[in-house]
Structures are given as C-alpha cells and as structure tokens.
Design a protein around this ligand. Structure first.
Ligand code: DAH
Length: 357
C-alpha cells in the first residue's frame, strides 16, 4: 500500500496537464484501477485482515482523490495566470489618433431627412420590423389576393406546426407605421417614419434589407398642393439646391387615391448626377392622398380628415446624393468603404449648420 501511495502521489505531483491527471485517476481509482482491484481482494481476506486493510484502502483512496483535485486546481490556476500574463493590456497607453470611426451614409441621410422634416413640423415615429400581415398589408388596403403582395417578395415568418393564424412578415415597407401612428395618436397628425424594410431581392440596386422613410400628414384641410410643396421643399433642402423641378406621374398604390410617383429634373452629364438641371428625370418616391379605407382601418374618420403620404428609399437617395454606385457595399462593413463614404461623427446635420458639411 505504501508503494501504491508513493507511486501515485509522485505521478500526480509530476502531471503537467489535466489530461494526464485524468489518466492517472482512471489508473488508480477508476473502476478497474489498481486501488479498486485491491478493494475487491478484501472479500478473500479473513475478517481480522479485512478490519485492518479495509479502512487503510479507503484512506488511501481518499488521499489520492484529494491529491488529484488539489493538483487539478493548481493546474487551472497556472493556466489562468498564464492567460493573464499573455492578455495583459496597458490601459494607460495613449489612444491611436487618426483612427476614429465614421457615421454610415444611411445614418447620415436619415439624420438629414429628419432635420428637414422636423423643420416642417413632422415628428419621428417608429414601428416594429416584424409585423402582422394586417399592418403590413390588409390595413393598407392590400387584401390577400392583391398582386402587390406577390410583387413585394415578402419574407414570411414561420408559425409553429398546427398554428393556422396568418404568419407575421418582415415588413416590406414603412407604410404600416402610418396605421400604428394614427391608431395611437389619432388625427391631426404629422409624422415621418424612417427604418429598415425587407424584401427578397438582390442585385446592384437591391439588397434584402434596405431603408425607407414614410411621411404622413393628416388634417381637415390637407390637399395634393400641400404634398407638392412639402416634397419640393424636401428635395431642395436634401440635394442642397436652390431650385428643383418635380414631375408628378399618375401611378397606383392601394393605400393612396390618387397616387403619384415623383420624379426630379436632373442631368447625368459626364456620368455625375446634377439635380435641378438637364433633360433627364429621376424617380425618387411614391406618394398620394391617403385612401379613405386606410384612414378608417386606423380609426380616423375619413368624412372629417384627409391627408397625404409618401415613401422614399433612403438608400436610393443616399446613393444619388453621394455618388455611391453599388447598394450592396452599404452593408459589407468594409472599413475602407466606410472611411471613404463615412461622415464625421461631430458634424450633426442641421438646417442652419449645413446638412452634409
Ligand atoms: N410603400 C410604398 C413602397 O414601398 C411606397 C409608398 C408609396 C409609400 C406611396 C407611401 C405612398 O406612403 O403614399 O413601395
């Protein structure tokens, strides 16, 4: 027994890692280990011998077990010390200069748009990115069979097996925020709702996640003329030009009547976009007078109230204003791209301080 003790206490002390320690444990006190085998021999002894050998073997087993756990703790401590030495960090080092982060063009443009509309009395509203098909479609006068549902390449969420309720969707546009805002605050109301939207689409000008800003103005005396003025003011301020010509093209959206798509006069001479001059037209948004059914669905009385809504692609107007050719790069998180197209974190866009400078 003394030999066994000396052998294992020595081996345990010399073990260099936890794997070796585990092997030793199995060899010594495992089911078929040396000590366990010795314990089996107790059965063949006389009661007198057993009375001496039994407790002694148990004590030896305990001793080896505690040596194993002590060594295990020591190895863990040593590993931690080693790591602490390796991952040492001098928090008193000076910061790296010329390496600051930048504001992403999407954030910048969202701030610019918000500043412009805030100046015209619009507040900012938000809604969930996962929404029910009621808010994303039905309430906006897009019933189940409507082709707009298919056109939008909607991402549907899974329902659990046996749950037959209509699935939630990743919102395909910011228009559901119209409904939520009117439900919550009633009319009159004047909001913009910037945010992420999702559609299954991917090429140079489409990514499965992109950004829109919705606009909504409801009151007792709002007309298409107000819509036109607001959009003109917006486009001038956003593109930072004194004058701009807008073209309202008759269109169709289920949630507006009448509906118009809005183009701005521009030129592409020399490959760069100039807004306000030239012979080209650039489509920038969809808009119209909010459909009476939409007002009704949101709890607003269409006999008393009416108003306009519009939806602009934030990524699209960011590409146009800042000459960014490929939308996909927006979401690649490539530091070189971010340094090139990013904005200083300290220049917050305001109307008086300059939007982009
Ligand atoms: N929701 C439309 C889309 O994503 C854009 C839109 C068009 C929004 C007209 C509006 C609107 O509020 O009046 O294609």
């Amino acid at each position: 027994m003394d030999d066994l003790r000396d052998k294992y206490i020595g081996l345990i002390a010399g073990a260099g890692d936890e794997a070796t320690l585990e092997e030793l444990r199995v060899q010594a006190v495992g089911k078929k280990g040396e000590i366990s085998l010795k314990m089996r021999e107790l059965g063949k002894m006389t009661p007198e011998e057993r009375q001496v050998a039994g407790p002694a073997l148990n004590a030896l087993k305990d001793e080896i077990n505690s040596a194993l756990s002590a060594k295990k703790a020591a190895l863990e401590d040593a590993a931690l010390d080693e790591r602490l030495r390796g991952e040492w960090l001098d928090v008193t080092l000076p910061g790296r200069t010329g390496r600051h982060g930048s504001i992403h063009p999407i954030s910048q443009v969202t701030e610019e748009v918000t500043a412009i509309f805030a100046d015209m009395g619009f507040s900012v509203a938000e809604g969930p990115q996962i929404d029910s098909d009621w808010y994303n479609f039905d309430a906006l006068n897009i019933p189940g069979h409507h082709p707009a549902r298919a056109e939008m390449d909607t991402f549907y969420m899974h329902r659990a097996e046996g749950d037959n309720r209509p699935p939630h969707v990743l919102r395909t546009h910011t228009s559901p925020v119209q409904i939520r805002s009117m439900e919550k605050h009633g009319a009159p109301i004047r909001i913009i709702a910037p945010g992420r939207v999702y559609r299954a689409d991917y090429d140079q000008t489409h990514t499965p996640m992109f950004h829109q800003v919705e606009g909504l103005a409801i009151d007792t005396d709002i007309s298409m003329a107000n819509l036109k003025w607001v959009l003109e003011e917006f486009v001038k301020a956003y593109f930072e030009v004194d004058d701009v010509e807008l073209r309202f093209r008759a269109s169709h959206f289920p949630f507006t009547e009448p509906s118009a798509e809005v183009d701005i006069r521009c030129s592409w001479e020399g490959g760069t976009l100039k807004v306000g001059e030239g012979d080209d037209w650039l489509e920038i948004l969809g808009s119209g007078m909010v459909h009476p059914k939409v007002l009704q669905n949101a709890g607003v009385d269409p006999e008393i109230y009416q108003g306009f809504a519009f939806g602009v692609g934030i990524d699209r107007i960011a590409m146009l204003k800042y000459g960014i050719p490929d939308l996909r790069a927006f979401f690649d998180s490539d530091l070189r791209w971010l340094r090139h197209y990013g904005f200083s974190a300290l220049d917050v866009p305001t109307l008086h301080g300059g939007l982009s400078t």
